[in-house]
Design a protein around this ligand. Structure first.
Ligand SMILES: Cc1ncc(COP(=O)(O)O)c(C=O)c1O
Length: 378
């Protein structure tokens, strides 16, 4: 039964059942072509925890961008590290002067983020500064497990990096830690949160059953909504949970179900489907002068997580989308209150308020994006 459900989940993922693709096309094989040292986890935050534990001591600080979801700093706090936030620019590049001002003798690392599947703007200047101060560089690539720039997989450009597989595939959990530099590899000790569960368990089965229920009923809006409410109760309650609880929920090894789907997914097909959806959104929204497209060009190798736009009136745009039956768009991210209430971080706060992300998942058909575009124009 569970084996069958796992295959069905692959079908829902829109690509491969594993019956026709094995080994060379799986994501595991793809990642191993690009990264030397890869460890599996249940979540990106758990991966970050183990990576941080291998380089930092309690009392030290790590610089992180202020434009970051609130729960990402939870592992820092658990380890007794100070997440020290630096300002970013409108372009999402780090404010280098601010980074430099905040580095002190206790700064062990600086983190950059490849937002939405695209490489961190201003990375060369940032890494020069990090090297000058003798800190580690953490390459947070939670959004882009398959993005490759000039032959290098995002997430592998720092001393250590992470990526979140559950942001790419419809799986209950899954993330990777990359230990890239020799110094980190020597110090790294995986905790009990690392690895992959040996067996399928009840929560795997529950997850697939829920995914199927939502899919089956998605044609009828009223039924879909009530099924959504019923079966995604856990996910919604998690979404509403505080950052510490969200961190705790992901502190585990990756499930066997996720590992199976990851292994049987075709990176090329996923990347190409997401890129097609990204280009379709760009065409569909091209005439909207109330929306600023974050990245007009989509360089080779990029596997977008979402299609981000900026608008002065996000509520109106979201209501418009909802009005034409489009779900799944939202502002990003939920910032920590300490960031939102601090005028130092006004750029990050404005970006978080005004950035709306639209789905480009491989299971979305470009024709449904075009249909949304037509309805929006009417
Ligand atoms: C930039 C960034 N880093 C790290 C994470 C953590 O990933 P996960 O949700 O797999 O713990 C997230 C999650 O949203 C994220 O957006």
């Amino acid at each position: 039964m569970i084996e069958t459900l796992s295959l069905l989940l692959c079908v829902l993922a829109g690509r491969s059942t594993g019956l026709e693709s094995s080994g060379p096309t799986g994501i595991e094989a793809f990642v191993e072509q690009h990264a030397r040292d890869v460890t599996y986890y249940g979540s990106g935050k758990a991966a970050l925890r183990d990576g941080l534990a291998s380089i930092a001591e309690p009392g030290q600080n790590v610089l992180v961008p202020a434009y970051l979801p609130d729960a990402v700093v939870e592992p820092f706090c658990e380890l007794g590290l100070e997440p020290r936030r630096y300002r970013i620019k409108e372009t999402l590049a780090p404010d280098l002067a601010d980074v430099e001002r905040r580095i002190d003798a206790d700064t062990v690392a600086v983190m950059s983020v490849n937002y939405f599947g695209f490489p961190q703007p201003g990375l060369d200047e940032l890494t020069a500064l990090i090297d000058e101060h003798g800190c580690y560089h953490i390459d947070d690539n939670a959004h882009a497990p398959l993005s490759v720039v000039d032959g290098t997989l995002l997430g592998t450009r720092g001393d250590l990096g992470i990526t979140s597989l559950r942001k790419l595939l419809p799986i209950p959990d899954g993330a990777l830690l990359y230990c890239n530099s020799d110094g980190v590899r020597e110090r790294f000790e995986p905790s009990s949160l690392s690895g992959v569960h040996e067996r399928f368990d009840a929560s795997d089965c529950q997850f697939v059953a829920k995914s199927l229920a939502v899919d089956v009923f998605s044609a009828d809006d009223r039924v879909r909504r009530s099924v959504d409410a019923l079966v995604t109760g856990r996910r919604n309650s998690l979404a509403a949970a505080n950052p510490a609880d969200r961190y705790e929920a992901g502190k585990r090894p990756m499930s066997k179900l996720s590992a199976r789907v990851v292994d049987n997914s075709d990176p090329k097909a996923i990347r190409s489907a997401r890129r097609e959806n990204y280009r379709t959104w760009r065409r569909v929204l091209a005439s909207r002068d109330d929306l600023e497209v974050r990245w007009e060009s989509l360089p080779d190798g990029i596997c977008p997580q979402v299609f981000p736009v900026r608008t002065r009136d996000p509520e109106r745009f979201l209501a418009e989308l909802e009005g034409v039956g489009m779900r799944g768009a939202h502002t990003w991210p939920r910032l920590a209150e300490s960031v939102r209430t601090d005028p130092t971080y006004e750029t990050s706060t404005a970006l978080a308020r005004e950035t709306v992300v639209l789905p480009v998942q491989q299971c979305v058909d470009p024709s449904s994006i075009r249909a949304v575009g037509e309805k929006l124009r009417r």
